[in-house]
Design a protein around this ligand. Sequence first.
Ligand SMILES: *Cc1c(COP(=O)(O)O)cnc(C)c1O
Length: 359
Amino acid sequence: MRPAWAAIDLDALRHNYQALRKRAGDASILAILKANAYGHGLIRIARELSDVDAIGVARVDEALALRNAGITKPIVLLEGFFEVEQLPVLAASGLQPVIHTEYQLQQLESVSLSTPLKVWLKVDTGMHRLGVEPEQAVPFYRRLEASPNVQGVPVFMTHFASADTVGSEQTSHQLAVFGSLHEVLQGPVSLSNSAAFLTAAAPQDNWVRPGLAMYGVSPFVDKVSADLDLKPVMTLQASVISTRTIAAGERVGYGGTWQAAQRTRIGILAIGYGDGYPRHAPAGTPVFIEGQRYPLVGRVSMDMIAVELGLDSNVEIGSTGVLWGPQLPVEEIAGWVDTIPYELLCNVARRVVLDYADS
Ligand SMILES: *Cc1c(COP(=O)(O)O)cnc(C)c1O
């Protein structure tokens, strides 16, 4: 019997990638692998995605981990560099920073690099997180083009705030701001995350930036992966390590928050918030065991959860429970927990063993 583990279906990953590849037409794919490839394991996922045009991560450390593992693909740093001392590292490792603010531009101009960098320039078209002001975009782009530390033309990019809402006015506004700047700048552009890509919000893309969709998960609240012809890559699992029958009125778990309405059988699974299963999962959150769904009962502990099996269940010690996966969409669990699938996937803890398999 095993405690918590996650099966990573590499066939599903390839299926999703191929589906996105086909849809992308002539656009290149910047595969987003930040946060340990959304919990799926940075290095292994990078190795499997040998056809992608480039890999996107958030931190310099993530990029260096890839380089140390022998990954030679172009790597884009979605937040760029954080201090000027990192610039020689970027040059030595061939990392491409997103330039999103003036201090980065000034620092890039203040050094003399042995190898010039390919760079991306991000403009804030309305999300107000990262990016230079629209009025700064043209002069900044020209300064980058003119810098001896920059190789070739920058990729001009922006990020949507509401791409998961189809027909969003905010997206139209962001597109309009971006479009008027691109008319002046020309050059390659990058706009779409998974949601924008799947809704074809920005057909002018030269570089699409899918993250979640590659892992077979829907970015839309009203859709699951199957609706989008995607296959979930991760199946989070745990063994049933104990069962017991309790009388009506007995309570289960810390604080005794759940009380049995009738005599019933309880199963204990070896997974808890220490594994990244959300502590706030309420009673009723489904767990899939031996072909059927059972409701979570009581509070999630650090290493365990309880489910109500009822008196007729064939679940036994040693049965495997699925917390999310093809049988139980992570999108649905996110709904129960009032979060998004991104957070559930990223939070899968280090002690959860990732088992890679071709199905
Ligand atoms: C994380 C991220 C993406 C990928 O988003 P998904 O919704 O997972 O497809 C794309 N672009 C940027 C800038 C990001 O930070």
